[in-house]
Design a protein around this ligand. Structure first.
Ligand code: ZN
Length: 303
Protein backbone atom coordinates (compact mmCIF):
# COMPACT_ATOMS: atom_id res chain seq x y z
CA UNK A 1 0.00 0.00 0.00
CA UNK A 2 1.47 3.34 -1.00
CA UNK A 3 1.92 6.05 1.58
CA UNK A 4 -0.37 8.35 -0.43
CA UNK A 5 -3.32 6.05 0.16
CA UNK A 6 -5.75 6.69 2.95
CA UNK A 7 -6.41 4.18 5.72
CA UNK A 8 -9.70 3.24 4.07
CA UNK A 9 -10.04 -0.47 3.23
CA UNK A 10 -13.27 -1.69 1.67
CA UNK A 11 -14.22 -5.03 0.24
CA UNK A 12 -16.67 -6.98 -1.88
CA UNK A 13 -17.46 -10.48 -0.70
CA UNK A 14 -19.76 -12.46 -3.01
CA UNK A 15 -20.96 -16.00 -2.27
CA UNK A 16 -20.34 -18.34 -5.19
CA UNK A 17 -23.87 -19.75 -5.20
CA UNK A 18 -24.57 -18.57 -8.76
CA UNK A 19 -23.66 -15.86 -11.28
CA UNK A 20 -23.61 -12.18 -10.30
CA UNK A 21 -27.06 -10.63 -10.73
CA UNK A 22 -28.13 -7.00 -10.64
CA UNK A 23 -28.32 -6.97 -6.83
CA UNK A 24 -24.76 -8.22 -6.45
CA UNK A 25 -23.54 -5.73 -9.10
CA UNK A 26 -25.09 -2.94 -6.99
CA UNK A 27 -23.11 -4.10 -3.94
CA UNK A 28 -19.91 -4.32 -5.98
CA UNK A 29 -20.41 -0.85 -7.49
CA UNK A 30 -21.31 0.80 -4.17
CA UNK A 31 -18.41 -0.69 -2.23
CA UNK A 32 -15.96 -0.02 -5.08
CA UNK A 33 -16.83 3.62 -5.67
CA UNK A 34 -16.96 4.44 -1.97
CA UNK A 35 -13.49 2.90 -1.54
CA UNK A 36 -11.98 4.57 -4.60
CA UNK A 37 -13.51 7.96 -3.83
CA UNK A 38 -11.91 7.74 -0.37
CA UNK A 39 -8.59 6.84 -1.98
CA UNK A 40 -8.89 3.44 -0.35
CA UNK A 41 -8.16 -0.18 -1.11
CA UNK A 42 -10.88 -2.48 -2.47
CA UNK A 43 -10.42 -6.12 -1.53
CA UNK A 44 -12.14 -9.16 -2.96
CA UNK A 45 -13.16 -12.22 -0.96
CA UNK A 46 -15.02 -15.28 -2.19
CA UNK A 47 -17.37 -16.38 0.61
CA UNK A 48 -17.30 -20.12 -0.02
CA UNK A 49 -17.27 -21.08 3.67
CA UNK A 50 -20.67 -22.76 3.22
CA UNK A 51 -19.33 -25.44 0.90
CA UNK A 52 -22.67 -27.27 0.39
CA UNK A 53 -24.11 -24.06 -1.10
CA UNK A 54 -21.11 -23.44 -3.36
CA UNK A 55 -21.81 -24.01 -7.05
CA UNK A 56 -18.79 -25.41 -8.95
CA UNK A 57 -17.39 -22.82 -11.35
CA UNK A 58 -19.47 -19.95 -9.91
CA UNK A 59 -16.50 -18.23 -8.24
CA UNK A 60 -14.46 -18.23 -11.45
CA UNK A 61 -17.49 -16.88 -13.33
CA UNK A 62 -17.88 -14.07 -10.76
CA UNK A 63 -14.21 -13.09 -11.08
CA UNK A 64 -14.51 -13.08 -14.89
CA UNK A 65 -17.63 -10.90 -14.72
CA UNK A 66 -15.98 -8.42 -12.36
CA UNK A 67 -12.98 -8.17 -14.70
CA UNK A 68 -15.26 -7.72 -17.70
CA UNK A 69 -17.03 -4.86 -15.90
CA UNK A 70 -13.70 -3.15 -15.29
CA UNK A 71 -13.41 -3.65 -11.51
CA UNK A 72 -9.82 -3.62 -10.27
CA UNK A 73 -9.22 -5.21 -6.88
CA UNK A 74 -6.19 -4.84 -4.64
CA UNK A 75 -4.07 -7.81 -3.63
CA UNK A 76 -4.89 -11.48 -3.86
CA UNK A 77 -8.43 -12.80 -3.77
CA UNK A 78 -9.19 -14.37 -0.37
CA UNK A 79 -11.06 -17.70 -0.38
CA UNK A 80 -12.92 -18.56 2.80
CA UNK A 81 -12.61 -22.27 2.02
CA UNK A 82 -8.85 -21.89 2.66
CA UNK A 83 -9.19 -20.00 5.94
CA UNK A 84 -10.28 -22.78 8.33
CA UNK A 85 -7.13 -22.47 10.46
CA UNK A 86 -7.88 -18.81 11.19
CA UNK A 87 -11.51 -19.60 12.08
CA UNK A 88 -10.36 -22.46 14.34
CA UNK A 89 -7.95 -20.10 16.14
CA UNK A 90 -10.74 -17.56 16.69
CA UNK A 91 -13.01 -20.29 18.07
CA UNK A 92 -10.23 -21.35 20.47
CA UNK A 93 -9.97 -17.73 21.66
CA UNK A 94 -13.72 -17.63 22.24
CA UNK A 95 -13.57 -20.95 24.13
CA UNK A 96 -10.66 -19.80 26.30
CA UNK A 97 -12.57 -16.66 27.28
CA UNK A 98 -15.76 -18.61 28.05
CA UNK A 99 -17.82 -16.83 25.38
CA UNK A 100 -19.02 -20.03 23.69
CA UNK A 101 -20.56 -23.31 24.81
CA UNK A 102 -21.11 -26.70 23.17
CA UNK A 103 -24.69 -27.46 22.15
CA UNK A 104 -26.24 -30.89 21.63
CA UNK A 105 -29.63 -29.71 20.38
CA UNK A 106 -31.01 -30.88 17.08
CA UNK A 107 -33.17 -28.71 14.83
CA UNK A 108 -36.09 -30.93 15.75
CA UNK A 109 -35.56 -30.30 19.47
CA UNK A 110 -35.68 -26.56 18.86
CA UNK A 111 -38.75 -26.65 16.61
CA UNK A 112 -41.02 -25.36 19.39
CA UNK A 113 -38.87 -22.41 20.43
CA UNK A 114 -39.80 -18.87 19.48
CA UNK A 115 -38.78 -17.30 16.19
CA UNK A 116 -35.76 -15.01 15.95
CA UNK A 117 -35.99 -11.82 13.91
CA UNK A 118 -34.55 -13.54 10.83
CA UNK A 119 -37.18 -16.27 10.96
CA UNK A 120 -34.88 -18.96 12.36
CA UNK A 121 -35.54 -20.59 15.72
CA UNK A 122 -34.33 -18.65 18.72
CA UNK A 123 -32.09 -20.81 20.88
CA UNK A 124 -33.98 -21.79 24.08
CA UNK A 125 -30.79 -22.02 26.17
CA UNK A 126 -30.92 -25.76 26.83
CA UNK A 127 -27.14 -26.37 26.89
CA UNK A 128 -26.09 -22.95 28.17
CA UNK A 129 -25.01 -24.24 31.57
CA UNK A 130 -23.60 -27.55 30.35
CA UNK A 131 -24.55 -30.41 28.04
CA UNK A 132 -27.47 -32.54 29.20
CA UNK A 133 -26.31 -35.93 30.59
CA UNK A 134 -25.41 -38.47 27.94
CA UNK A 135 -25.41 -35.92 25.09
CA UNK A 136 -22.43 -34.77 23.05
CA UNK A 137 -21.68 -31.49 21.33
CA UNK A 138 -23.00 -31.00 17.81
CA UNK A 139 -22.36 -27.27 17.46
CA UNK A 140 -20.79 -24.38 19.37
CA UNK A 141 -22.82 -21.30 20.24
CA UNK A 142 -21.91 -17.81 21.42
CA UNK A 143 -23.55 -16.44 24.55
CA UNK A 144 -25.49 -13.47 23.16
CA UNK A 145 -26.35 -11.09 25.96
CA UNK A 146 -25.69 -7.66 24.53
CA UNK A 147 -27.70 -4.86 23.03
CA UNK A 148 -25.73 -3.74 19.97
CA UNK A 149 -26.05 -0.22 18.58
CA UNK A 150 -24.42 1.17 15.48
CA UNK A 151 -24.84 4.06 13.12
CA UNK A 152 -25.24 3.00 9.50
CA UNK A 153 -24.14 5.59 6.93
CA UNK A 154 -27.24 4.91 4.79
CA UNK A 155 -29.79 3.16 7.03
CA UNK A 156 -29.25 5.40 10.07
CA UNK A 157 -29.17 4.47 13.75
CA UNK A 158 -29.62 0.74 14.36
CA UNK A 159 -30.16 -1.28 17.51
CA UNK A 160 -30.51 -4.99 18.12
CA UNK A 161 -31.11 -6.78 21.40
CA UNK A 162 -29.26 -10.03 20.77
CA UNK A 163 -30.96 -11.84 23.67
CA UNK A 164 -34.43 -10.97 22.46
CA UNK A 165 -33.98 -10.80 18.67
CA UNK A 166 -31.37 -13.48 17.98
CA UNK A 167 -30.47 -15.67 20.95
CA UNK A 168 -27.24 -17.61 21.39
CA UNK A 169 -26.04 -18.11 17.83
CA UNK A 170 -23.92 -20.80 16.18
CA UNK A 171 -20.24 -20.24 15.34
CA UNK A 172 -19.34 -23.87 14.60
CA UNK A 173 -22.13 -25.74 12.85
CA UNK A 174 -23.23 -29.32 13.48
CA UNK A 175 -21.86 -30.24 10.03
CA UNK A 176 -18.39 -29.11 11.13
CA UNK A 177 -18.38 -25.89 9.07
CA UNK A 178 -17.64 -22.51 10.60
CA UNK A 179 -20.62 -20.19 10.59
CA UNK A 180 -20.78 -17.32 8.14
CA UNK A 181 -20.82 -14.71 10.95
CA UNK A 182 -17.54 -15.93 12.44
CA UNK A 183 -15.81 -16.25 9.05
CA UNK A 184 -16.76 -12.72 7.99
CA UNK A 185 -15.53 -11.16 11.23
CA UNK A 186 -12.22 -13.07 11.22
CA UNK A 187 -11.58 -12.25 7.55
CA UNK A 188 -12.46 -8.56 7.79
CA UNK A 189 -10.19 -8.19 10.83
CA UNK A 190 -7.31 -10.07 9.17
CA UNK A 191 -7.57 -7.91 6.03
CA UNK A 192 -7.79 -4.66 8.01
CA UNK A 193 -11.18 -3.77 6.52
CA UNK A 194 -12.27 -0.38 7.87
CA UNK A 195 -15.49 0.20 5.89
CA UNK A 196 -18.16 -2.33 4.95
CA UNK A 197 -20.53 -1.31 2.15
CA UNK A 198 -22.95 -4.12 1.26
CA UNK A 199 -26.61 -4.93 0.65
CA UNK A 200 -29.19 -4.24 3.34
CA UNK A 201 -30.17 -7.92 3.19
CA UNK A 202 -27.16 -8.31 5.53
CA UNK A 203 -28.29 -5.60 7.95
CA UNK A 204 -29.66 -8.31 10.26
CA UNK A 205 -26.21 -9.95 10.47
CA UNK A 206 -24.41 -6.80 11.52
CA UNK A 207 -25.21 -6.86 15.24
CA UNK A 208 -23.89 -10.42 15.55
CA UNK A 209 -20.75 -9.43 13.65
CA UNK A 210 -20.14 -6.40 15.89
CA UNK A 211 -20.76 -8.63 18.92
CA UNK A 212 -18.07 -11.06 17.67
CA UNK A 213 -15.71 -8.15 16.94
CA UNK A 214 -16.11 -7.07 20.58
CA UNK A 215 -15.51 -10.61 21.88
CA UNK A 216 -12.45 -11.15 19.66
CA UNK A 217 -10.99 -7.71 20.33
CA UNK A 218 -11.25 -6.77 16.63
CA UNK A 219 -11.86 -3.19 15.50
CA UNK A 220 -15.47 -2.39 14.51
CA UNK A 221 -15.60 -1.13 10.89
CA UNK A 222 -17.94 1.59 9.67
CA UNK A 223 -21.08 0.21 8.01
CA UNK A 224 -23.18 1.37 5.06
CA UNK A 225 -26.00 -0.89 3.87
CA UNK A 226 -27.20 -0.30 0.32
CA UNK A 227 -30.89 -0.62 -0.60
CA UNK A 228 -32.01 -4.07 -1.69
CA UNK A 229 -32.81 -4.50 -5.40
CA UNK A 230 -36.17 -6.17 -5.97
CA UNK A 231 -38.17 -7.42 -8.93
CA UNK A 232 -41.62 -6.05 -9.79
CA UNK A 233 -43.15 -8.41 -7.19
CA UNK A 234 -40.99 -6.71 -4.49
CA UNK A 235 -38.92 -9.89 -4.01
CA UNK A 236 -35.18 -9.59 -3.37
CA UNK A 237 -33.31 -10.82 -6.45
CA UNK A 238 -31.82 -14.24 -5.86
CA UNK A 239 -31.37 -17.65 -7.35
CA UNK A 240 -34.86 -18.44 -6.05
CA UNK A 241 -36.40 -15.56 -8.04
CA UNK A 242 -34.38 -16.76 -11.06
CA UNK A 243 -32.53 -13.44 -11.15
CA UNK A 244 -30.87 -12.94 -14.51
CA UNK A 245 -27.06 -13.08 -14.74
CA UNK A 246 -25.73 -9.54 -15.14
CA UNK A 247 -23.47 -10.86 -17.90
CA UNK A 248 -26.52 -10.93 -20.18
CA UNK A 249 -26.16 -7.12 -20.55
CA UNK A 250 -23.48 -4.90 -22.06
CA UNK A 251 -21.38 -3.75 -19.05
CA UNK A 252 -21.89 -0.02 -19.69
CA UNK A 253 -25.67 -0.44 -19.81
CA UNK A 254 -25.77 -2.49 -16.60
CA UNK A 255 -23.35 -0.15 -14.85
CA UNK A 256 -25.39 2.96 -15.68
CA UNK A 257 -28.50 1.14 -14.40
CA UNK A 258 -26.73 0.13 -11.16
CA UNK A 259 -25.56 3.70 -10.65
CA UNK A 260 -29.12 5.01 -11.15
CA UNK A 261 -30.40 2.43 -8.66
CA UNK A 262 -27.91 3.92 -6.18
CA UNK A 263 -29.19 7.45 -6.83
CA UNK A 264 -26.29 8.43 -9.12
CA UNK A 265 -28.07 9.44 -12.32
CA UNK A 266 -25.73 9.61 -15.29
CA UNK A 267 -26.71 11.14 -18.64
CA UNK A 268 -28.57 8.30 -20.45
CA UNK A 269 -26.24 8.45 -23.47
CA UNK A 270 -23.43 7.27 -21.19
CA UNK A 271 -24.91 3.75 -21.47
CA UNK A 272 -23.64 3.71 -25.08
CA UNK A 273 -20.20 5.14 -24.20
CA UNK A 274 -17.06 3.07 -23.66
CA UNK A 275 -16.98 1.44 -20.22
CA UNK A 276 -14.00 3.54 -19.11
CA UNK A 277 -16.07 6.71 -19.61
CA UNK A 278 -18.83 5.33 -17.38
CA UNK A 279 -16.31 4.60 -14.63
CA UNK A 280 -14.75 8.01 -15.05
CA UNK A 281 -18.16 9.68 -14.70
CA UNK A 282 -18.98 7.46 -11.69
CA UNK A 283 -15.75 8.25 -9.86
CA UNK A 284 -16.23 11.97 -10.44
CA UNK A 285 -19.88 12.08 -9.39
CA UNK A 286 -20.26 9.36 -6.73
CA UNK A 287 -21.84 10.62 -3.50
CA UNK A 288 -22.95 8.13 -0.88
CA UNK A 289 -25.35 10.76 0.50
CA UNK A 290 -27.43 10.31 -2.68
CA UNK A 291 -27.96 6.58 -2.14
CA UNK A 292 -31.61 5.89 -1.25
CA UNK A 293 -32.37 3.92 1.87
CA UNK A 294 -35.37 1.77 1.00
CA UNK A 295 -35.58 -1.33 -1.22
CA UNK A 296 -36.92 -0.61 -4.68
CA UNK A 297 -37.65 -2.37 -7.93
CA UNK A 298 -35.31 -2.43 -10.88
CA UNK A 299 -36.19 -2.34 -14.56
CA UNK A 300 -37.72 -5.69 -15.61
CA UNK A 301 -34.91 -6.47 -18.08
CA UNK A 302 -32.47 -6.75 -15.15
CA UNK A 303 -34.69 -8.79 -12.80
ZN1 ZN B 1 -28.28 -26.99 22.94
Amino acid sequence: MSAARSAYSGRFAPSPSGPLHFGSLVAAVGSYLEARCNDGRWLLRIEDVDTPRTVPGAAQAILATLARFGFEWDGEVVWQSQRSAAYAAALEDLKAAGHVFPCACTRREMADSSLARDGSRRYPGTCRDGLPAGRSARAWRVRAESVIRFDDAIQGAQQEDLTRDVGDYVVLRADGLYAYQLAVVVDDAAAGVTHIVRGADLLGSTARQIHLQHLLGAPVPAYAHLPVATNAAAEKLSKQTLARAIDAHPPAVALVAALAFLGQHAPPELARAPLAEVWSWARTHWQIARVPRLPHAIAPEFA
